[in-house]
Design a protein around this ligand. Structure first.
Ligand code: ATP
Length: 240
């Protein structure tokens, strides 16, 4: 158990199974996520990870089992999905404008977050003027503006080169230290899951079931940290 598991449960997935066209995708999955926690779902490509998010968002229904969500969800995809003809600030303000705020008011609300999310100076640029990493920061900020309560991140750094990816992972860790959002990350990158998460659910090949749940102990002692990471990585690798 980690310290978050004493807090409110934000999402609980109970014995959920799901098939598409007669093929079982998810087999009796159970997971819980607590307030302020960063949880990763780690599994091989195509095993059904995005299907779990689609079920959480009610974009599709379960065949059996149930899902309880306690809060407002936002969902960030791997692709940035920024509108090319709108400036970054207009893109980020979009969820508020869709929620009936005036354009002026929406911009005033989002403006201070540009500094917090390392996007100062990019407010009036267009998406094609930004690097892949900066676009994903803007995408993350727009997701956060949509809801800072529960954020679902579906391989947000999957399309980035490895150096940008590492700097974005560090950036996300730092941002997470400043916000109290509950975050669930889908990834097939073991290092990413260990670096960012408080807890990791390792899931199997299709039909996906939970193979094991790991708590990632955070320590400031670098030697101990390295030792723990190697041990955890080996344990996870042996399951995949
Ligand atoms: N709406 C749908 N109709 C039919 N089959 C689907 C549908 N959505 C997903 N699937 C199938 O379910 C399986 C799991 O897909 P899903 O996208 O959930 O996996 P994933 O683990 O997120 O994949 P990846 O790591 O490649 O993003 C795939 O075989 C996919 O073809």
């Amino acid at each position: 158990m980690n310290s978050y598991q004493n807090k409110n449960k934000k999402i609980s997935i109970n014995n959920v199974s799901k098939s598409y066209d007669g093929t079982k995708i998810l087999d009796n999955i159970s997971m819980d996520v607590y307030e302020g926690e960063f949880v990763s779902i780690l599994g091989p490509s195509g095993c059904g990870k995005s299907t779990i998010f689609n079920l959480i968002c009610n974009l599709t229904g379960t065949d059996s089992g149930d899902i309880n969500v306690n809060g407002k969800i936002s969902y960030m995809y791997q692709k940035d999905l920024l509108l090319p003809y709108k400036t970054i600030i207009d893109n980020v303000a979009l969820p508020l404008i869709l929620n009936k705020k005036s354009k002026k008011e929406a911009k005033e609300i989002v403006n201070p977050y540009f500094k917090v999310f390392g996007l100062s100076g990019y407010e009036n640029k267009y998406p094609n003027e930004l690097s892949g990493g900066m676009k994903q920061r803007a995408n993350f900020l727009r997701t956060y503006i949509n809801s800072d309560d529960i954020m679902l991140l579906d391989e947000p750094f999957g399309a980035l080169d490895s150096i940008t990816k590492l700097s974005m992972q560090r950036w996300l860790l730092e941002v997470k230290g400043r916000v109290n959002s509950t975050i669930i990350l889908i990834t097939h990158d073991i290092d990413e899951a260990i670096m960012l998460s408080n807890r990791i659910y390792v899931i199997s090949q299709k039909p996906a079931s939970v193979k094991k749940e790991f708590i990632v102990n955070k320590t400031d002692n670098n030697d101990k940290k390295m030792e723990q990471v190697i041990k955890l990585k080996n344990e996870i690798l042996s399951l995949l």
